[in-house]
Design a protein around this ligand. Structure first.
Ligand code: NAP
Length: 159
């Protein structure tokens, strides 16, 4: 299963100046618990926001040009199709964890979205989820987190 996981503000913003424009520990915990034991694919810009690979997960970084130092739990791939090929050999879910370019590239391949709604409107945001990202998906459940956050789960509807 390919599952995209994202936190969005009221206008679909996800980033500002190369960073997350908020810090909610409840969402960090939810993200960690949801993705642990699985594979996570991210773009190079999102990789730069991490100090090291996410623990207890296979970290896949998409980059056409960067030279990332080889390290445990890290695979660097140059094309989306290489990620899809690798996925066939994984016995776990693949979480698409951003940023904007990577959500956009994976959109046709995503089976489920997990969306944390952040009760903010970030001024000057420069990264967003694709405008149509929930087209063809239906909401299946919601979950309340601490700090006033709501998580909504969506599944692709049958074509
Ligand atoms: N709110 C959230 O849930 C959330 C989650 C994640 C990230 N973010 C935010 O999103 C922002 C970053 O998003 P972004 O769009 O600038 O960057 P990004 O998607 O993280 O990374 C973009 C880079 O990834 C590589 N890449 C992307 N698509 C590729 C493809 N199809 N094939 C090969 N390489 C590919 C390229 O790297 P090279 O240039 O090296 O080739 C590209 O420059 C940050 O502000 C971050 O904090 C928010």
């Amino acid at each position: 299963m390919i599952i995209a996981i994202v936190a969005v503000d009221r206008r679909g913003a996800i980033g500002k100046g190369g960073k997350l424009p908020w810090h909610y520990s409840a969402d960090m915990k939810f993200f960690r618990e949801t993705t642990t034991g699985n594979a996570c694919v991210m773009g190079y810009n999102t990789w730069l926001t991490l100090k090291k690979p996410l623990k207890d997960r296979l970290n896949i970084v998409l980059s056409r040009q960067s030279q990332i130092e080889p390290q445990d739990f890290l695979v660097v791939l140059r094309e989306l199709n290489s990620v899809l090929s690798l996925k066939d050999y994984l016995r776990c879910d693949l979480f698409v964890m951003g940023g904007e370019q990577v959500y956009r590239a994976f959109l046709p391949h995503i089976d489920k979205w997990i969306v944390t709604e952040v009760p903010l409107t970030v001024e000057g945001a420069d990264a967003f989820v694709p405008g149509n990202y929930l087209e063809g998906f239906r909401e299946t459940k919601t979950q309340q987190l601490d700090e006033g956050l709501t998580v909504r789960f969506y599944e692709r509807t049958a074509a």
